[in-house]
Design a protein around this ligand. Structure first.
Ligand code: GDP
Ligand code: MG
Length: 467
């Protein structure tokens, strides 16, 4: 997808005077890039017509400045690309059970204990072998666990040897309760036993992992239908490998007919996948992507939002995802973090806030993902890689540690009016003045993003995910 992103970006930035020829060339470049990334021809044609129509309607030929036209053009293309991956469907949201009211209290001795089954949110996973179901199950469980849900995993894959061990290892590593069997060979039985057990134990969310096959075959679909009937899922999620290209559309259609899934998790978007096939799958089945997998680790998992996805594809920093990611880390008690959020909402971002965020980044796991959300940061990452970036961030923190409180609480301008401060900080942190400058520059970039986000709010636009 990186390639698709840079090609779309190039197409957009090649437009200067917004002349008719330039615009036509841009549309052609965009369509070619999409087609070569395996987006379905029909969808690309629709997108092309729609872009053309909007341009005709919204851009006045003579009366507008080139800058204005360019802005409108970018917005039109951006919106159309978002439309391609946006199904406008809301997937069901799990709720926390009221444990106080319906808990299975121990019964009096002599009285037969009848455990009530709770109204848990049951999520069933479907998809071909190797798509990333088992991995994504754990990722999803961890995602909800971090948000305070009681989550259990059920392994209903009795087809592949070692399937239960894989799920078990993942679950233990992430401290998620799990259910499975080495002896039972009937996946329907394991699935319903596991779901029953977790319902009795008042779990909010029960995730059922199923087996895949190498190809779409009737036995797999039959098995899914049976498991579905047995566990009555609240939500069925299809896991789709972004790397399979054009095959994705047919696969999604076949699964839709038998398993009637309501949501999609798109995996392996970290690779150099031609994710266009997956985009077509979403558009054709009119099913929302709920999460994307961006690596093998449990933290390599993001909520999918069409605008964030397209922003990233086009290389625009994605402050909304960043703030959400930071919020998911249970930093609520952290006073400094709260302060940063408040400041950010007001359009401010001090060096102290920057220091707090950098400290948080180090707690956030894989830096590649986080870096992609901050403008400027992904460039550093691309140049030097994960380990080096981690070192760089630590360095930045040392530098801010060498600042006085007054400096930290400032917006950084104090260093411009009194540059000797830079020298002092550099000496304290054992680095060069240029490195201090870079910290200041990065903080200024964040501060201007805070300002932009505030303006966007004021204008009634989309709010960043804070609050
Ligand atoms: P399943 O057969 O559908 O259960 O697939 P698995 O969960 O066992 O995943 C198959 C392989 O894909 C494993 O090696 C995973 O580590 C890998 N995998 C899953 N999701 C991702 C992802 O988002 N990115 C990358 N790079 N690898 C993934
Ligand atoms: Mg599996």
């Amino acid at each position: 997808l990186a390639d698709l992103g840079s090609r779309l970006r190039n197409a957009l930035s090649s437009v200067e005077s917004v002349s008719e020829t330039e615009v036509q060339a841009m549309i052609k470049d965009i369509c070619t890039a999409l087609l070569e990334s395996d987006v379905n021809v029909r969808l690309v044609a629709k997108l092309r017509d729609s872009i053309r129509n909007k341009i005709a309607q919204e851009i006045k030929k003579d009366t507008e400045s080139a800058a204005n036209k360019r802005k409108k053009l970018q917005k039109i293309v951006f919106d159309e690309l978002c439309g391609l991956v946006d199904s406008h469907e809301e997937p069901p949201k799990p709720k926390k059970l009221n444990r106080a009211k319906t808990s299975n209290k121990p019964t009096r001795p002599g009285k037969k204990s009848v455990k009530k089954a709770a109204d848990s949110h049951v999520i069933m996973f479907v998809g071909l072998q190797g798509a990333g179901k088992t991995t994504s199950c754990t990722k999803l469980a961890v995602y909800y666990k971090r948000r305070g849900f009681k989550v259990g995993l059920v392994c209903a894959d009795t087809f592949r040897a070692g399937a239960f061990d894989q799920l078990k290892q993942n679950a233990i590593k992430s401290l998620i309760p799990f259910y499975g069997s080495y002896l039972e060979t009937d996946p329907v039985k394991v699935a319903s036993d596991g779901v029953k057990k977790f319902k009795e134990e008042m779990f909010d969310i029960i995730i059922v992992d199923t087996s895949g096959r190498h190809k779409q075959e009737q036995s797999l679909f039959d098995e899914m239908i049976q498991i579905g009937e047995a566990v009555q899922p609240t939500q069925t999620i299809m896991v789709l490998d972004a790397a399979i290209g054009q095959a994705a559309e047919g696969q999604a259609k076949a699964f839709k007919e038998s398993a009637n899934f309501g949501s999609i998790i798109l995996t392996k978007l970290d690779g150099h996948a031609k994710g266009g096939g997956a985009i077509s799958a979403v558009a054709t089945t009119q099913t929302p992507i709920v999460f994307i997998g961006t690596g093998e680790h449990v933290g390599d998992f993001e909520v999918f939002k069409p605008t964030s996805f397209i922003s990233k594809l086009l290389g625009i920093g994605d402050i909304q995802s960043l703030m959400e990611h930071v919020q998911s880390l249970n930093l609520q008690d952290d006073e400094n973090h709260q302060k940063s959020i408040e400041n950010f909402k007001e359009g401010k971002f001090t060096l102290k806030n920057f220091q707090t965020q950098m400290n948080n980044f180090l707690k956030m796991g894989p830096l590649t993902n986080i870096a992609s959300m901050i403008p400027g940061m992904s460039n550093i990452m691309n140049q030097v890689g994960e380990e080096e970036t981690s070192k760089k961030i630590k360095n930045m923190i040392y530098i801010m540690d060498s600042m006085t409180n007054a400096e930290l609480e400032s917006d950084g301008r104090i260093f411009v009016t009194e540059p000797e401060r830079i020298i002092r900080v550099a000496r304290g942190a054992g680095c060069t003045a240029v490195e201090v400058e870079m910290v200041l520059q990065q903080q200024r970039m964040m501060a201007s993003m805070a300002g932009a986000a505030k303006n966007m709010n004021a204008a009634g636009g989309q709010a960043p995910g804070v609050g």
